[in-house]
Design a protein around this ligand. Structure first.
Ligand code: CP
Ligand code: NVA
Length: 319
């Protein structure tokens, strides 16, 4: 049964807020979202209806492709009793030059929330400033907060707490890395990122991560050495070496990244019970060996499933 106390608690805290980046949330708010996710997940598994968003509509604007984000948001809205509209940029007037601000004002008259996947993070911020409804970031060049909420839920399920954990992110210092470091820093998970010199996380974002870590007590480190990063890790995480929108020489890039591949040799330094996470889609034999992503330590499909439950918690809280 839907617990009205939990629903009221979440709504009183987050109703009307946007979900643009994790830095906008406290540890307590994220912990509430994690617990709410687990409650909604249990209800879904038990077949208990939970139409918390009956009659509500979510607009979903996609400027980049997606499997998980699109399907989990659409299914999530359906399970919550509402509906979702898939809006490809090319089918909207944004594609013909209508401004983000005008789009925000118009959609605010029709729907109850907007999820957007786009390029510059500034676009999401501009949408939020001009909308009178909640905006959810479904991935920008800088952040992927919905993914990291699902990642935190997965870590919590597998490790039963966030205490005394070390996460190693190995690879490109991209949107995933930046969001993940932020999520870990807020929750108090120690983390080390190993990436090549020319692919580090943005300095300005790393400074914000360090500020959050100072509050939670998490130890956050940057290195070029994947072996050092993975030493004693409880969680190993990687992502593609070239994110959507990147258009350099891929073969050249792969050569510089080969030593960052998560493979059987690299993981020998991790704890015996480490878990392997990847936001997916994965490029097997590039950033991760098939033996790892298909191996016993991999939890990538539980993690992908948790996108659905975590986003339902976000939607039910914000809308
Ligand atoms: N992890 C993730 O966001 O996947 P999609 O690109 O398929 O949405
Ligand atoms: N870093 C990847 C994540 C995809 C979910 C990208 O931006 O393409």
């Amino acid at each position: 049964m839907i617990n009205p106390v939990v629903v009221q608690h979440m709504r009183s805290k987050l109703e009307g807020k946007h979900f643009l980046k994790l830095a906008d949330f406290t540890k307590a708010e994220l912990m509430d979202l994690i617990r709410y996710t687990i409650q909604l997940k249990n209800m879904q598994k038990m077949g208990e209806p939970h139409p918390l968003l009956k009659g509500k509509t979510l607009a979903m604007i996609f400027e980049k492709s997606s499997t998980r984000t699109r399907v989990s948001f659409e299914t999530g809205m359906y399970q919550l009793g509402g509906q979702a509209l898939f809006l490809n940029k090319n089918d909207l007037q944004i594609g013909n030059g209508e401004t983000i601000a005008d789009t925000a004002k118009v959609l605010s008259r029709y729907v109850d929330g907007i999820m957007i996947r786009t390029y510059e993070h500034a676009i999401v911020e501009e949408l939020a400033v001009n909308a009178s409804i909640p905006i959810i970031n479904g991935l920008t060049d800088d952040f992927h907060p919905c993914q990291v909420l699902a990642d935190l839920v997965t870590i919590y399920e597998k490790k039963e707490s966030f205490d005394d954990l070390k996460l190693a992110f190995v690879g490109d210092g991209n949107n995933m890395a930046q969001s993940l470091l932020m999520g870990c820093a807020i929750m108090g998970i120690d983390c080390t990122i190993a990436s090549p010199d020319n692919s580090q996380v943005k300095q300005e974002i790393f400074s914000q991560v360090l500020e959050k870590a100072a509050v939670s007590g998490a130890k956050v480190e940057q290195t070029n050495d994947p072996v050092e990063a993975v030493a004693n890790a409880d969680i190993i995480y990687t992502d593609v070496w070239a994110s959507m929108g990147w258009n350099g020489d891929l073969e050249e890039r792969k050569k510089g990244f080969m030593k960052y591949q998560v493979n059987d040799a690299l993981v020998t330094g991790a704890k015996d019970d480490y878990v392997f996470l990847h936001c997916l889609p994965a490029h097997r034999e590039e950033e991760v060996a098939s033996s790892i992503i298909d191996g016993d330590h991999s939890v990538v499909f539980d993690q992908a499933e948790n996108r659905l439950h975590a986003q339902k918690a976000i939607l039910a809280s914000l809308l």
